[in-house]
Design a protein around this ligand. Structure first.
Ligand SMILES: Cc1cc2nc3c(=O)[nH]c(=O)nc-3n(C[C@H](O)[C@H](O)[C@H](O)COP(=O)(O)OP(=O)(O)OC[C@H]3O[C@@H](n4cnc5c(N)ncnc54)[C@H](O)[C@@H]3O)c2cc1C
Length: 430
């Protein structure tokens, strides 16, 4: 059993999703005292991210190589990402192996987010204070005072806001969350939001040959993406477990059933426009949900307390939000978490006069500027990919797909996109 919440700490991480967990692991490795809290009663188990990129595996391996090795063991290494059109012609096959010279992880790892979080929690040990919902915040000279729904109060010098896209901390710190293209705050559920359905399904045997078991495949051009990602099924040992991501133009039901999902596959999934293969059949839905996205970016990542040396640092979805194309959200969040821990470490050293002349305020500003620029770049990439996925009728989508097909014939274009998707560019120079 974990003990009661202490009354003070150096760093308080609010949110034990992948971003908060990554920050906790990095702080622990640096021997910086911290407390991590979450409003939930235990770790979530929903279907969310399914892709892990080399950048986040590298970031976690720098803390503990065994952690990344354990995470890799939970998934399928997709060395190619395949995109096909409605006629099942290849639009491109993105070879992740092109980045092999720069990383131990030249693949996209297909593994569900809850398994990644489970592994990270095991390395943190029994340190997460569950059932602690942050409700308010006060400045107390050079510390923040965090108030929880339970009535408990905790003071901390650094707060890491890892509390997700609806971040309460971001609101308490008066940091705006704006659409980076309009600079406007868009209200939830606005008409420009994109809807997706995410479902873990068992497909019927035999699997048609146009559904690869070792590769992520996207089918584009039908008005919304149809993505199939094979997953390791450790419980039933079936190799027909897939995560589906389906882009939908209207509002899907809250928990789409097999009939709803099958209708989409029949209309614009593999086998729908070619009679050489049949459409995969859904035997069972294990979990399904819907979600909507619109891009948003915090106008700054760091808030400094008026009293002086206390800080709030935003990480993960609390700082940025975008669609699922390219599987970037969780990865960026993990890298933010590690980066925030590094900034806190450097800031403490600078404040103690051990920072090799570095200005303490500059360190925090540097974190904000650097990670915000990364998010902006990723949002642009995701938006471009989402447009491609939508496809649709007419010359413009057709020309876009044809241009891509031609560009991918050039090896350096493949290498460049694999590099961009991996996120390594933000950590390493090629
Ligand atoms: C359906 C769906 C599909 C997705 N698919 C992908 C994908 O394919 N690829 C990808 O990279 N990303 C995907 N994402 C996004 C990815 O899941 C997020 O980017 C990732 O979870 C962000 O992690 P985080 O730790 O920043 O936030 P979260 O995972 O949201 O964690 C925030 C935590 O903070 C806690 N919390 C919130 N408020 C409080 C409070 N007041 N007090 C205490 N605790 C609080 C919450 O309980 C939660 O545990 C998807 C998201 C969804 C919803």
């Amino acid at each position: 059993m974990i003990g009661p919440l202490p009354s003070s700490t150096e760093v308080c991480i609010v949110g034990a999703g992948p971003s908060g967990l990554a920050c906790a692991l990095s702080l622990a490795a640096r021997q910086i005292p911290f407390v991590i809290v979450d409003a939930l009663a235990e770790g979530h188990n929903d279907s969310r991210a399914v892709l892990m990129q080399a950048s986040s595996l590298e970031a976690l391996a720098a803390i503990n190589p065994q952690l990344s090795a354990d995470i890799v063991a939970t998934g399928i290494q997709s060395t190619v990402l395949q995109t096909i059109d409605l006629q099942e012609r290849p639009v491109f096959r993105l070879r992740m192996t092109d980045i092999a010279a720069y990383t131990k992880y030249p693949f996209c790892l297909l593994t569900p987010q809850h398994k990644v979080e489970e592994q990270m929690r095991q390395y943190i040990g029994n340190k997460i204070h569950w059932n602690k919902r942050l409700v308010d915040l006060k400045e107390d000279g050079s510390k923040y005072e965090l108030q929880f729904e339970s009535g408990e109060v905790l003071t901390a010098r650094y707060i890491v806001a890892a509390d997700g896209s609806k971040s309460h901390l971001r609101s308490l710190a008066n940091i705006r969350f704006l659409n980076p293209y309009t600079n406007m705050e868009s209200s939830p559920g606005s008409s420009s939001d994109l809807s997706f359905v995410v479902a873990d399904v068992l497909l019927s045997s035999p699997l048609p040959a146009n559904i690869p078991r070792d590769t992520l495949q996207m089918m584009v051009g039908g008005g919304g993406v149809v993505l199939t990602a094979p997953m390791l099924d450790t419980t039933s040992r079936s190799s027909n477990l897939f995560r589906l991501y389906l882009g939908v133009p209207d509002t899907p039901p809250r928990n789409p059933d097999a009939a709803y999902l099958q209708t989409i596959l029949d209309a614009r999934g593999p086998g729908s426009h070619l009679k050489t293969h049949s459409v995969p059949q859904i035997a069972r839905v294990l979990h399904s949900s819907r979600f909507r996205t619109r891009p948003a970016l915090a106008d700054r990542y760091v808030q400094r307390a008026k009293g002086g040396g206390a800080y709030i640092l935003l990480v993960g979805d609390a700082a940025h939000k975008h669609g699922p194309a390219g599987g970037q959200g969780m990865n960026m969040g993990i890298c933010d978490g590690v980066s925030a821990a590094q900034a806190i470490d450097e800031h403490r050293n600078a404040a103690l006069g051990e920072g090799k002349g570095r200005d303490a305020v500059e360190i925090m500003d540097g974190y904000s500027t650097r990670r915000r620029a990364v998010a902006r770049e990723v949002i642009d990439m995701v938006e471009g990919m989402t447009e491609l996925e939508k496809g649709g009728a007419g010359w413009i989508p057709y020309l876009r797909v044809t241009a891509l097909w031609m560009m991918f014939k050039m090896p350096f274009v493949n290498g460049m996109l694999a590099w961009k998707l991996s996120g390594l560019g933000h950590a390493k120079k090629p």
